[in-house]
Design a protein around this ligand. Structure first.
Ligand SMILES: *Cc1c(COP(=O)(O)O)cnc(C)c1O
Length: 413
């Protein structure tokens, strides 16, 4: 789970900084990240895959500028799914020529913006999109570098967590249609066909489906080579899981070795798009207990963080480990941990066993991926602040929203 989280005299620290102190200084709900954990996660990828691999951090997992800048300094590229994410990368000093643009519905404005910035590649998900990018790049008198997202249709029966690599979802181009799609792409004058990509799902706990997808793409690459279409890179997407509780995990070195064996001596560079596995276990969401309520059948721990701060439990029934920031020697209670939002689905954890009292702090673990990036202002709640910890020091990397922030875009005539 989270390796940079430790109790010190019954009080929880991230790296060398006390979470109680941070809550005191910045209030709650508060997202706290360990810079060291980010660095380690990135270096694990870099070491496992070595040269000739571009690790494109999936910005949607957590797009805070300080996190993006940190990854840029470590040598990362970026996987984006909107013009807004590209603007974030550029604002954070990332370079556009290391950016991959994924997503099924890129607007004309977004394509134009990305072309002018000079991104590395568009990951194209349909034939209409291919035509659209060709049109826009022609108008700008540019050539658009493109890859086709192919749906490898990896068997889901043995791997129930795979959800985006199957036939019946909105992503990618069907495997059987791939050759024709490439021939079309090759024939369009304003496109430069450079790659092939896939992204088969998220929170995968086994390397087998990732490796299987790679094999299937290589079969296509060889057919394309025979047909005179020479690709420069293969992009295997993201999807490597993290440990929220006790999941088994894909081993990166095993993944890397198998992929390298499959690629063999083909003249291809490798691109990866990890999101969750680079940031997920680098941070916690700190929240304070407002009340402990004894219901008729259940107890509720009501916290100041809610589904708007961390949507994953509500959205995916996802499990996040939740621990007290100060350990007490009292009788535990079993309770659902819920927020103040007016929805029955507003919970952070169910039937947890905790030794806590009112006003105590809780740390919701593994809350750096798909947490703040999915946060909303539902119920007119101000989004929380974010802090980056580095050894003994810490920096506020996003201030808490104010009431004025809630209506700053609204016009009252
Ligand atoms: C979401 C996404 C990723 C990142 O997925 P993780 O599971 O967080 O690694 C990468 N590529 C694409 C196309 C995505 O949609």
């Amino acid at each position: 789970m989270m390796t940079n989280l430790k109790y010190n005299n019954n009080s929880l620290f991230i790296e060398n900084v006390s979470l109680s102190d941070l809550a005191q200084q910045f209030g709650t709900p508060l997202y706290v990240y360990s810079q060291n954990a980010l660095t380690n996660a990135f270096n694990n990828y870099a070491q496992a895959f070595g040269d000739n691999t571009l690790i494109c951090y999936a910005v949607k997992a957590n797009g805070n500028l300080s996190i993006l800048r940190h990854f840029a300094h470590l040598g990362a590229g970026f996987d984006i799914v909107s013009g807004g994410e590209l603007a974030r990368v550029i604002q954070a000093t990332g370079s556009a020529n290391r950016v991959i643009f994924s997503g099924v519905g890129k607007s004309i404005a977004e394509i134009e913006y990305a072309l002018k910035q000079g991104i590395r590649c568009f990951n194209v998900e349909s034939l209409p999109e291919l035509h659209r990018i060709n049109d826009v790049s022609g108008r700008l008198k540019l050539k658009a570098p493109i890859s086709l997202r192919i749906n490898p249709d990896v068997d889901a029966k043995t791997h129930p967590y795979i959800s985006t690599g199957l036939k019946n979802n909105k992503f990618g181009i069907a495997y059987k249609d791939a050759m024709d799609a490439y021939k079309l792409a090759q024939s369009l004058p304003n496109l430069d066909v450079v790659g092939i990509d896939c992204h088969i799902g998220s929170q995968l706990t086994d390397v087998a489906p990732l490796v299987e997808a790679c094999k299937r793409l290589i079969v296509l690459i060889d057919k394309l080579t025979e047909a005179g279409i020479h690709l420069k890179h293969i992009d295997l997407g993201g999807g490597v899981g993290i440990r929220y509780l006790d999941e088994s995990l894909p081993e990166l070195s095993l993944y890397a070795n198998q992929v390298k064996n499959i690629i063999g001596n083909r003249n291809l560079s490798l691109i990866l798009e990890p999101g969750r596995s680079l940031v997920g276990n680098a941070g916690v969401l700190l929240t304070r207990i407002e009340h402990i309520k004894q219901g008729e059948e259940k107890n509720f721990i009501i916290t100041d963080a809610a589904m708007n701060d961390l949507m994953r439990p509500t959205l995916y029934q996802a499990y996040h480990h939740i621990v007290p920031v100060v350990e007490r020697n009292i009788e535990p209670i079993v309770a659902d941990i819920v927020g103040p939002i007016c929805e029955s689905g507003d919970f952070l954890g169910k039937e947890r066993n905790l030794k806590v009292e009112e006003n105590d702090l809780l740390a919701v673990c593994s809350a750096a991926a798909y947490a703040m990036s999915m946060a909303s202002n539902y119920n007119a709640r101000c989004r929380g602040a974010e802090v980056m910890v580095n050894h003994d020091s810490y920096t506020l990397i996003r201030r808490r929203e104010t009431m004025q922030d809630l209506w700053q875009c609204e016009l009252l005539d």
